[in-house]
Every structure is written in structure tokens, then in C-alpha cells.
Design a protein around this ligand. Structure first.
Ligand code: NAP
Length: 277
């Protein structure tokens, strides 16, 4: 069991969505918050909300697509806020386009934020965790890191990488006899706006998740030292399905509506243009 009370917890992508809700749940559990996001105004708003409640909150603007910026902000964080007990790599981006519609920059951005930032943040904060003999590294991946989906080549491959990053790191930390632990989080579509417009065929098996529930489950997993959070449970079905011939696997993905789930995707861009009209 990990007691979060008085622990210094860094959440990336904390200005909106799951990250913002994680901050609330963590603050309620007594954590000292260190929040990173690219959106300075959003971060200031979050900080104002928490300060009123008497919580300790440090915020840092950081563009996680830049290795140099991550290094500089990590150095500032360590010197101003102190060593981190729990690092939650939550920030993520999605383009939601077919492979040939993606710009080169879309693909680079997806990998910079969803994959490379994991390396740069963990390499910045893991040394002090190893020195102190404790720490917790949380990677918010996705169900898209366990099964592919049409119109998500960049996103799925980045989340498969995130799942692999967590697994390899977990085993590496064991070989080092380290008490630093890792948790990988693989939620199905979640109603934050990031995947606005996506559809699910059997909502009783694969519901669009409520972000409040996802955030709550992540905090509970940290408290209980759980190594993996997959939600809903039906996402696990993709693993035994891989024992089937590929054509059967594809037919199942189509039957359950996963292959076509992105057809009406609008995402944040759609949300912004709707707000403007
Ligand atoms: N929503 C889903 O259906 C779903 C499902 C499974 C997994 N996930 C994963 O869960 C995590 C959180 O997703 P969410 O739905 O909460 O997304 P969200 O609502 O879009 O929040 C993501 C946060 O990350 C920030 N961010 C984006 N690019 C950044 C960058 N370059 N540097 C720093 N911060 C950046 C965003 O800032 P701006 O808003 O200013 O861009 C935003 O505050 C992501 O890793 C996502 O892949 C989401």
C-alpha cells in the first residue's frame, strides 16, 4: 500500500481532462501537487482552484514535445519543489487521421508527446527515486496500446510503445532490486473531448468511460501498488483473441465495432470549431 498523503506527485497534462481530475483526487488524498502542462492559462486556473482549498500546488508550463524544455523544467522542478515521489505521465495527443492524411509533423508530435516524453521525464526523476529507494512511475497509455484501430496508426503505435516502455522498465527495475514501482494504465475511449465523436457498438461491453472514473481508478491503483489498470475488463479479450488466425481477429475487431469506432471522430479540433460557431 502507498500512502499518498504528503507525497509529492507530478502530473503531466494536468490542465484538462483526466490529468485535471487526477489532480483533484490526489489533492483530496493529501498529495502535494506538481502540475505540468503546455497551457499556462489552464494551469493558473487549476492552481487558483486548489490554492483556495489550502492545497500545496506548484505549476510549471512545459511543452512535452521538446526534450530541451523537459530537461529545463525538470531541473527547475527538482530545485524548487524537491524530489518527486510519484510521476504520472498523463499528457497525450491524438491526430485521428488516416496514415496518408497525417502530416509529418502530426506523426512526430504524437511520438514526441506520447512516447519520447516518457523517456525524458523518467530519466529526469528516476535517479532521485533510486537514491531514496522508493518511487512510483505511472504511464497513462490506452486500450489503443493493446489493440490497433483504423485511423489511429500514429496513436496506436505510440501507445503500444508506451505499454512496452512500462513493461521493460518494470522488469529492469526488478533486475536492479529497486523498490521503485510502475503502473501502466490502459483505458478505452474516455469522454474528455480528446476523442470527441468516436462511437462504440456494444456500450455494455465497451462503454465510453467517464473521466472521473478513470482518474479515481488510477489513484486507487497507486494506493494499492497495482501494476496494470485495464478498463473496462472486456479490453483484456484482445489478448486471447490474438491466438486466433489474423483474419478471425480482424473479424472480431470489426464485429465489436472497434475498427469503425473512429469514423465520426472530431476530437478537440471539432470541439473548437463547434464552440466558434
Ligand atoms: N480520452 C480518451 O479517450 C483516452 C483514452 C485512453 C487513454 N487516454 C490517454 O489519457 C491521457 C489523458 O487524456 P485526456 O483524454 O485527459 O486528454 P486531454 O483532455 O486532451 O488532456 C491532455 C492534456 O495534455 C496536455 N498536453 C497536450 N500536449 C501537450 C504538450 N505538448 N505538452 C504538455 N502538455 C500537453 C493538454 O493541453 P492542451 O489541452 O492545452 O493541449 C491537456 O491539458 C492521454 O495520454 C491519452 O492518450 C485518453
Amino acid at each position: 500500500m502507498t500512502d499518498i498523503n504528503k507525497k509529492r506527485v507530478l502530473v503531466t497534462g494536468a490542465a484538462h481532462g483526466i490529468g485535471r481530475l487526477l489532480a483533484t483526487n490526489l489533492a483530496n488524498a493529501g498529495a502535494e501537487l506538481i502540475l505540468w502542462d503546455i497551457d499556462s492559462a489552464g494551469l493558473s486556473q487549476v492552481r487558483a482552484d486548489f490554492i483556495g482549498g489550502g492545497h500545496k500546488v506548484d505549476v510549471y508550463t512545459c511543452d512535452l514535445s521538446s526534450r530541451e524544455e523537459i530537461a529545463a523544467v525538470a531541473e527547475r522542478t527538482l530545485s524548487e519543489s524537491g524530489p518527486i515521489d510519484i510521476l504520472i505521465n498523463n499528457a497525450g495527443v491524438v491526430a485521428g487521421k488516416n496514415l496518408l492524411e497525417l502530416s509529418d509533423r502530426d506523426i512526430e508530435q504524437t511520438f514526441e508527446v506520447n512516447v519520447l516524453a516518457l523517456f525524458w521525464t523518467v530519466r529526469a526523476f528516476l535517479p532521485s527515486m533510486l537514491e531514496r529507494g522508493s518511487g512510483h512511475l505511472v504511464t497513462v497509455a490506452s486500450a489503443a496500446g493493446l489493440a490497433g484501430t483504423a485511423r489511429l496508426t500514429d496513436y496506436c503505435s505510440s501507445k503500444f510503445a508506451a505499454v512496452g516502455f512500462d513493461e521493460a522498465l518494470r522488469l529492469e527495475l526488478k533486475t536492479l532490486n529497486s523498490r521503485v514501482i510502475t503502473t501502466v494504465v490502459c483505458p478505452f475511449y474516455t469522454a474528455t473531448g480528446m476523442f470527441d465523436g468516436v462511437e462504440t457498438r456494444f456500450s455494455w461491453l465497451l462503454p465510453i468511460l467517464k473521466p472521473e472514473l478513470v482518474a479515481k481508478r488510477i489513484v486507487r491503483a497507486i494506493q494499492r501498488d497495482r501494476r496494470r489498470v485495464v478498463m473496462p475488463w472486456f479490453v483484456y479479450a484482445s489478448w486471447p483473441a490474438r491466438l486466433l488466425p489474423v483474419s478471425w481477429f480482424d473479424a472480431l475487431m470489426s464485429f465489436f465495432g472497434v475498427s469503425h469506432s473512429m469514423i465520426e471522430f472530431r476530437g478537440r479540433a471539432g470541439e473548437a470549431s463547434e464552440n466558434a460557431t
